[in-house]
Design a protein around this ligand. Sequence first.
Ligand code: CAA
Length: 379
Amino acid sequence: MNFEYTEEHLAVRDAAREFAQSELLPGVIERDTEAKFPADQIKKMGELGFMGMMVNPKYNGGGMDTISYVLAMEELSKIDASASVAMSVNNSLVCWGLEKYGSEAQKEKYLKPLASGEVLGAFCLSEPEAGSDATSQKTEARREGDFYILNGTKNWITNGNTASVYLVIAQTDVAKGHKGISAFIVEKGWEGFVVGKKEDKLGIRGSDTHSLMFTDVKVPVENRIGEEGFGFNFAMETLNGGRIGIAAQALGIAAGAYELALAYAKERKAFGKPISQHQAIQFKLADMATSIEAARLLVLKSAWLKDQGKDYAHASAMAKLYASQVAMDVTVEAVQVHGGYGFVKEYHVERLMRDAKITQIYEGTSEIQRIVISRGLLR
Ligand code: CAA
């Protein structure tokens, strides 16, 4: 067993850390307040290779491993989880799915600009009445000659308005249950495709979350990903990897809040000494650091399993379940360590606390992760 990072891992981590400090930190409070998408920052992340990190270089990707990806996700999420969720969806849900299951023509046309960060992608599974119960898709794609006619509504779509390429999961044969669900690539601007309202959220307020409406949208047959009926399995497999990215995001939110709490505790004085010299604060810091390290090990283990070509479905669910709980617990404690200052925006920890909550909800709630884990245990 080897717990050392390679030189390449450290270089990626340091580049992400530097980018987060120099490019994401300035304006992060204003973007949160105004719910402003970090468009310029995401463009620069594309130029630096963060938007298609694991994609083969022949499709404009970085050709990196999943460990490099989670190290970058952690560093960027310490500062701006709104930017890191856009990156996570593009890398894990859109680029990965296209590279693994897309046709050569789809990779040439769609994966290349997505991996270089020239355009952004969105993954469209959730619906108003199908979130956790993802087999209950109501969006329908009816075959008519060389096209499918797409009708339905998707909800909670990250990069909903900023994306140009959308992977859309839809029913193609309701009688076949989950084997009657298929996946399609849909482009922004196609007739009948309307981006709906932007959600006004508790956290990750800079991320761009929308509903999407499809009315008789003509999708060419060559834009179906894999065979008809493969869409549900495609979504489940894609989400297994997506959960590694969100677990790394949760870890970064926790680690960011902890680092702020540690620095504040060394500076702030009470009862004649820095509060870090009071055991009440020391115990909090010790618990925060221990749970963060345990979460990091789970995140790295799931990334390593994926890199080794081993089954990582249960490991990624465990990593997401645990890291998202740690993100919640640590950010609440970080606010507590800051006292009244933790409750105001300038000190960043209240934002991290709000951002932490979504990591227990998206890409499968904590309850869904427990289902995935227990199915693996009982199999
Ligand atoms: N990995 C691989 N395959 C899986 C799987 C997994 N984790 N979970 C299920 N499957 C496969 C099964 O093997 C089965 O395949 P076969 O029929 O070929 O054998 C098929 O899927 C159906 O499985 P189940 O009968 O177990 O399906 P189910 O209806 O009981 O549901 C579930 C399983 C785990 C609850 C699933 O519905 C699920 O994961 N729901 C949550 C969906 C989710 O995470 N949504 C998030 C939206 S995306 C998002 O949030 C992105 C964003 O914007 C940030």
